[in-house]
Design a binder for this molecule. Structure first.
Ligand code: 6XA
Ligand code: ZN
Length: 348
């Protein structure tokens, strides 16, 4: 399986993250992608190639132009205002103070485009996010070109980013950008299955009123887990999209035996939809030792997951999302991909 990887992800390296009333080193750190790449190479998963530049066109098919321009200029505007630390949201148009008209101050603009407060922006964040999206698009090219599957080793991740907000460590929604690009290249239907521990609120929002993308997400119940305000079972889509969003919220302590039942239900729904392409938002924070999550999946479970994903027999694009047990992240990620390849190879 081809892996697409750009070392420009290292340009995004926030220094601090608010966590439980303290400030910690961000869980989402450059070592994550480096460990995954090292494991890809160690097992000889396949060739590793840098992304090709597809330009901003496919990004703007999904994201708001004003938001993209904000990401491109926020660092310059922040430092011009005299701020020297990482860009950190501190004020929002909250529930009792709804947005009525734009304020030109950079603090207000940061708050307007921020989903939440843990995600810092540094000088190289835009460039890293841009190449992360290009990574997904380049891996998509391989699948559209006939590869059974490809792995986009994206960093920063993307699934929390809706049309015009950043947060949850995400800036551009790599999976959504790839799904939309597949449609723009002639696919009729695309399924996006999000197996990250966290609900893929951004992807859900982007496709919520559409039937040409089926979005499914297995995640920690919003009653207990970030992003808290989305991901309930009764969010099923809107208008033409009614029935094309499917959420499987799961409780604290969920073991693989239970998680797998939800996965099998999701895979049945995907089979019924009969898409041309399957995009997997691949987060490994479902792992038993993940520091910020509460499922109980083990390393071996990821091989089985990969085999089940291969069982739907569709061209498949893997897009890297979360996973913070950094020491085991490479093995767990590649276990999914190897489990997939072994099962796909066994099929007639
Ligand atoms: C913020 C937690 C953000 C989780 C981001 C993530 N306290 N998403 O892993 O998949
Ligand atoms: Zn996650």
């Amino acid at each position: 399986m081809l892996t697409v990887y750009s070392d420009r992800h290292t340009l995004h390296h926030a220094r601090a993250e608010p966590f439980g009333g303290t400030v910690v080193e961000p869980f989402e750190c450059p070592q994550r992608a480096e460990y995954v790449l090292a494991r890809v190479r160690e097992v000889g998963l396949g060739p590793v190639t840098p992304p090709a530049d597809h330009g901003l066109g496919p990004v703007l098919r999904v994201h708001d132009a004003g938001y993209v321009q904000f990401l491109q200029t926020v660092w310059a505007d922040w430092t011009a205002a005299g701020f020297s630390g990482q860009v950190t949201p501190s004020v929002w148009p909250g529930r009792t103070m709804p947005f009525r008209r734009p304020s030109s101050h950079i603090e207000a603009r940061v708050g307007y485009y921020a989903l939440c407060g843990e995600t810092g922006i540094v000088e190289g964040t835009w460039e890293a996010a841009y190449w992360s999206a290009q990574t997904a698009l380049t891996a998509l090219d391989a699948v559209l070109g006939g590869d059974r599957a490809a792995f986009a080793l994206c960093r920063p991740p993307g699934h929390h980013a809706p049309r015009d907000q950043f947060g949850g460590y995400c800036f551009l929604n790599n999976a959504a950008i790839a799904a939309q690009a597949a449609l723009d290249h002639g696919a009729q239907r695309v399924a996006v299955l999000d197996v990250d521990f966290h609900h893929g609120n951004g992807t859900q929002e982007i496709f919520y009123d559409r039937s040409d993308v089926l979005f499914l997400s297995l995640h920690g119940t919003p009653d207990q887990a970030y992003p808290y305000f989305m991901g309930w079972e009764d969010e099923t889509g809107h208008g033409a999209g009614e029935g094309f969003t499917v959420n499987y919220p799961l409780p604290e302590g969920t073991p693989y035996s239970v998680w797998k039942q939800a996965l099998e239900r999701a895979l049945d729904r995907i089979r019924a939809y009969a898409p041309d392409l399957l995009v997997i938002s691949l987060g490994l924070d479902t792992y038993e030792h993940d520091p910020i999550s509460f499922f109980r999946l083990t390393g071996d479970d990821y091989r089985d997951t990969g085999a089940l994903l291969a069982g739907v027999d569709l061209p498949t694009l893997f897009v890297m999302e979360g996973g913070y047990a950094v020491d085991d992240l490479g093995v767990n990620t590649v276990n999914v991909l190897q489990g997939f390849e072994t099962a796909a190879g066994d099929r007639p």
